[in-house]
Design a protein around this ligand. Structure first.
Ligand SMILES: Cc1cc2nc3c(=O)[nH]c(=O)nc-3n(C[C@H](O)[C@H](O)[C@H](O)COP(=O)(O)OP(=O)(O)OC[C@H]3O[C@@H](n4cnc5c(N)ncnc54)[C@H](O)[C@@H]3O)c2cc1C
Length: 375
């Protein structure tokens, strides 16, 4: 197999939201970058997600994740602006705050306790989410069903168009001189002197560093650079309605109105392996729950439904790590690639460009799973 003539500072394997955000950040940091992407036949969480840039409730049990998520939400306004400027595509980001509905007093109290824990874990930094009662909620979001007793609310939450984000990242990568190679599934990652060679059907590519950002593909690629990445699939299904006048002024954890006027609804968590099939029973449960929260949705026509497979680590938190045995080989996975795109491009990529992850990311290393069993 012939070696592709142009070597890059960094090869990024995977062109989904995670690989594309990192590649864009590396280019901004002045590196030359080649993105090797398997293409549309692969599982692509990046094309099937809900589009929330979501902070509230994230990081219970891992305060580093709470901080990292909040940091990414804080970076998003700058990130969205840079992306529009560099790639010419606005990801339709807005941050009107976000709401998580509570349908019973018991759930409201559980959420209150969770927010209290999160607040305490941040050692003084305000967590920025609070419980609001039905009256406060009505003032923010009129038209709720009688079963909604209250909500948690965070001004740091927002949403974006995931498809425009993907296109914007790829357009910005091209504009910054990055190279994107489609249908280039990485078969093997091998050492080559102090760098790496990645073998694909499109030839072999060389880089001084390599970033594994292949979603579920990382599980199979990571051992070739001495890493173990235990991941599991989890299906989520989404319903999209026809376009309507502005109805829902801010995103909620189960529904959001897009910039085009459609309403996306969804929040299923299904253990169905790597299947991304849409199933009528789950779609109907999602619709019932949504109409219970917001009855006006019952009048709208559904135009599309789909399923997509989340990329989850065993504890649900991201994995960021450099291989100890293969310096310059990094592996990245997360289950909130929209939310974390700001941090991936503007905080994580500069660390990779410098050749070392900051100690603040130590908690995200997969050594935390050493005593766990992948399922
Ligand atoms: C239903 C659902 C709802 C979601 N909602 C949200 C949300 O509201 N907010 C949020 O922040 N996140 C959300 N997510 C999560 C988000 O979509 C994912 O975190 C993100 O898409 C993961 O991106 P990725 O690049 O790691 O993986 P993927 O999108 O799977 O991309 C991986 C890429 O790597 C390529 N690849 C795989 N193997 C190889 C290989 N060997 N060689 C080369 N290329 C390879 C594939 O072709 C693909 O392009 C949701 C996900 C789902 C499924």
């Amino acid at each position: 197999m012939s070696m592709n003539e142009r070597a890059a500072d960094t090869l990024v394997i995977g062109g989904g939201l995670v690989g594309a955000a990192v590649a864009y950040g590396l280019l901004r940091a002045g590196e030359s970058v080649t993105v090797l992407d398997e293409g549309d036949v692969a599982l692509r969480a990046s094309r099937g997600n809900f589009g929330l840039v979501w902070v509230q409730s994230k990081g219970d049990k891992m305060h580093e994740y709470a901080r990292w998520t909040r940091g990414s939400a804080d970076l998003w306004p700058e990130f969205a602006g840079l992306l529009a400027q560099d790639g010419g595509i606005d990801p339709d980001y807005s941050k009107p705050g976000g709401i998580h509905f509570m349908l019973s007093e018991e759930d409201l109290e559980k959420k209150r306790a969770q927010l209290h824990r999160l607040h305490n874990s941040l050692e003084g930094q305000e967590y920025g989410a609070e419980i609001i009662d039905r009256e406060q909620l009505d003032a923010m979001l009129p038209g709720l069903g009688p079963d909604v007793v209250g909500a948690s609310w965070s001004p740091h939450d927002g949403h974006a168009s995931p498809l425009r984000l993907m296109r914007g990242l790829h357009s910005a990568i091209a504009a910054k001189g990055g190279r994107y190679v489609a249908d280039a599934k990485a078969e093997k990652v091998e050492r080559d002197g102090s760098g790496y060679v990645v073998r694909t059907a499109k030839g072999a590519f060389r880089g001084d560093k390599v970033v594994l950002a292949a979603g579920h593909g990382n599980k199979w690629l990571a051992p070739s650079v001495g890493l173990d990445v235990p991941l599991r699939p989890e299906k989520g299904q989404i319903i999209v309605t026809e376009r309507v006048r502005p109805l829902i002024p801010m995103p909620t954890h189960v529904m959001r109105q897009t910039a085009e006027g459609t309403i996306m609804v969804g929040d299923s968590h299904e253990d169905t392996g790597y299947s991304d099939a849409s199933t009528s029973s789950v779609v109907s449960d999602i619709a019932k729950h949504a109409v219970r929260c917001f009855p006006a949705l019952g009048q709208l026509r559904v135009v599309r439904t789909w399923g997509a497979v989340r990329v989850l680590s065993l504890d649900g938190f991201p994995i960021y790590q450099e291989s100890a045995t293969h310096p310059g080989a990094f592996s990245i996975n997360c289950h909130s690639g929209v939310t974390l795109a700001g941090a991936h491009a503007l905080a994580l990529a500069p660390m990779i460009a410098r050749g070392r992850l900051d100690a603040s990311l130590d908690a995200f290393h997969s050594r935390r799973f050493e005593h766990a069993t992948a399922h």
